[in-house]
Structure formats: structure tokens, C-alpha cells
Design a protein. Structure first.
Length: 204
């Protein structure tokens, strides 16, 4: 019994000497985002944006394509109109890798629960929408490791003037490219052109 108590005390002393290592949070990523994403003149809580569905890039018709859904919410009482969306490489934020104008937004902006809207691009207070994006790069190009989105909103001031507010949001990490290649359905001899690269390399 005496030895059991001594051994127990010894284990307690040893465990007390061990330093509890703090759980590593993604400090580097947070610092990177704070450095890269520029602040707007509006509070960041006004517009919230995140990606709910993200596919892997695929090769199709001599291009590399990435499809995903961008959720956009207006948490403020003032209506904002989404006019343009630019996508940037997080490491090279000088020139956008893709740009989507008002015409694209009109065709690809879903507004769940709001079917009778005069302008689908207008987000009133506590409203949201889902923008379906298809980013297309030339086949020789490759997607960066991380991208972010620059949303351009317009609002009408009390004096009738239009103010533009760019907001940098929604950083995402790009998945690895899908190994499927898509193209025209038939080659000269009628063989299907869509095939898995691994199958092609194995000679099947």
C-alpha cells in the first residue's frame, strides 16, 4: 500500500512538470489574411460571404475550370446592389484572374425565396443570394493555391448620389485538379474522348 501511494505521488509530480503545449491555431493564415485583405469603409459585418460548394478544377476544351457557389448576405438595413465580382490570387493581388460583370450576375445569381424581383442584384436588409461561379483559365495556366473575392456594391446616399463599396472577402483554398479530361464527345474514329488520365496512361 505504501509503495502504491509513493508511485502515485511520483506520477503526479512528473505530470505537473510537463508543460501543456497550447493548441496551435492557424496564426500564420490569420496574419496572412489580415495583411492581404484590404479593409473597406463599411464594417465587415455588413456583408458576409462564404463558399458553400467547391468542386475540384477540371480540364475541359483546352481550359481549366473551377465551379462553386458564393453565398452573399446583407446584414444591414440599407440595400446594396452587387455590380461586379473579381477573383484574385491571394499571393498576387495586383491583377484579377477572373472578373464577372452585371450581365453574368443577372444570369447566375440565385435569390432563394425571392422570385419576383425587379433587379436580382439588389440585396435589401437581411437578404441573401447564391452566385454560381465558373472560373475559366487557359489550359497552360494553373489555379493558385488560395484565392479571394472582391465584391463591388453600390448604394444610394441620402442626397441621391451613388457610392461604390469594394469588399474583399471569402478566401478559399483550391482543391487539387480533377484527373478527368472533358472535351468533344467523339474523336475521328468515334471513340469517346472523355477518359481518366490514369486509364490512358495504363494503355486501356
Amino acid at each position: 500500500m505504501k509503495y502504491t501511494i509513493l508511485i502515485t505521488l511520483l506520477f503526479i509530480l512528473i505530470s505537473c512538470k510537463k508543460e501543456n503545449k497550447p493548441t496551435e491555431d492557424n496564426t500564420e493564415t490569420r496574419t496572412e489574411l489580415q495583411k492581404k485583405l484590404k479593409k473597406t469603409d463599411l464594417p465587415i459585418e455588413v456583408i458576409q460571404s462564404n463558399v458553400s460548394f467547391l468542386s475540384s478544377p477540371i480540364t475541359a476544351n483546352n481550359s481549366v475550370q473551377l465551379r462553386y457557389e458564393l453565398n452573399i448576405s446583407n446584414n444591414y438595413r440599407i440595400p446594396f446592389t452587387l455590380k461586379k465580382v473579381e477573383i484574385y490570387d491571394l499571393q498576387k493581388d495586383d491583377v484579377p484572374i477572373a472578373e464577372f460583370n452585371s450581365d453574368y450576375i443577372n444570369e447566375h445569381f440565385d435569390r432563394p425565396g425571392n422570385s419576383d424581383l425587379d433587379d436580382i442584384k439588389i440585396l435589401s436588409g437581411n437578404e441573401f443570394g447564391v452566385l454560381n461561379l465558373n472560373v475559366i483559365l487557359k489550359q497552360k495556366q494553373s489555379f493558385p493555391e488560395k484565392i479571394f473575392h472582391k465584391l463591388y456594391f453600390e448604394r444610394e446616399k441620402g442626397n441621391g448620389e451613388i457610392a461604390t463599396h469594394p469588399m474583399e472577402v471569402a478566401v478559399i483554398k483550391i482543391p487539387k485538379e480533377n484527373q478527368f479530361t472533358l472535351g468533344f464527345p467523339f474523336k475521328k474514329k468515334g471513340k469517346c474522348f472523355m477518359r481518366h488520365k490514369a486509364i490512358k496512361e495504363q494503355g486501356f
